[in-house]
Design a protein around this ligand. Structure first.
Ligand code: 13P
Length: 250
């Protein structure tokens, strides 16, 4: 049985002060919801203070990105061992990073390896554009992203990580993929290739999230899909109703 997991990707929102005030507001409500892993992913600068405010709780903290190198001349970047004092998770290869910061499948693979080597759980993002979706390329493209991201990992490492399927056309648009559509793509194009690469047993252990305009109203439909184990939530994770969203996911 896979434990469901809901993660809030705050993107470039909230100052450190606002971040702490917000997690103080939601931590009790979130803590009362059992049987599901809860994670918040604030901007880097807010991470230490948020981790401190969540210390005695079971709410996890994730970063939104990291560099794959151990250290070095990479101005503006952070290495895995700078995150590990505060974070258990790290989002890797979000479509916004692929689009605006030129992240490649190869870089995503290197980051996943570095994160795992440092004991961080990667949340690896995949997903097709609207043009690819309309051209019928979703399955080939998404399964290619999955294969590239996981190349060279062990089955044990793969079983421990999280993948978020986020169709780019559904992110921040209010236009979510239907639950049946998302469930079927996740089964065919995410869990399918994992089974081919690492075996059915491993594929059944990987937690796979849906992302793209998920909210407190539609989350239950996604969770009802057998292959969907949670959500990576953007806009709806910035408000106190995030507690409601998590509640509706169990
Ligand atoms: P929205 O929930 O705002 O559509 O964002 C989804 C997302 O990109 C989460 O990583």
């Amino acid at each position: 049985m896979r434990t469901p997991i809901i993660a809030g990707n705050w993107k470039m929102n909230k100052t450190a002060e606002e971040a702490v005030a917000f997690v103080r507001e939601i931590r009790n409500g979130l803590s009362q919801i059992k049987g599901i892993d809860k994670v918040v992913c604030p901007p880097f600068i807010a991470i230490p203070a948020v981790a401190d405010a969540l210390q005695a709780t079971e709410i996890g903290v994730g970063a939104q990105n990291m560099h794959f190198a151990e250290n070095g001349a990479y101005t503006g970047e952070l290495a895995a061992n700078m995150l590990t004092p505060y974070c258990q998770y790290v989002i890797i290869g979000h479509s916004e990073r692929r689009e605006y910061f030129n992240e490649t499948d190869e870089g995503v693979n290197k980051k996943a390896k570095a994160a795992l080597a440092h004991g961080l759980t990667p949340i690896i993002c995949v997903g097709e554009s609207l043009a690819q979706n309309e051209a019928g390329e979703t399955q080939a493209f998404v399964s290619g992203q999955v294969r590239a991201a996981l190349a060279g990992l062990t089955a044990e490492q793969v079983a421990s990580l999280v993948i978020a399927y986020e169709p780019i056309w559904a992110i921040g648009t209010g236009k979510s993929a239907s639950a049946a559509q998302a469930g079927s793509i996740i089964g065919l194009s995410v869990r399918g290739p994992i089974a081919e690469m690492f075996g059915e047993d491993t594929a059944q252990k990987v937690r796979i999230q849906y992302g793209g305009s998920a909210n407190e109203k539609n989350i239950a439909e996604y969770m009802a899909q057998p292959d969907i184990d949670g959500a990576l939530v953007g806009g709806a994770s910035l408000k106190a109703s995030f507690v409601e969203l998590v509640k509706n996911a169990v």
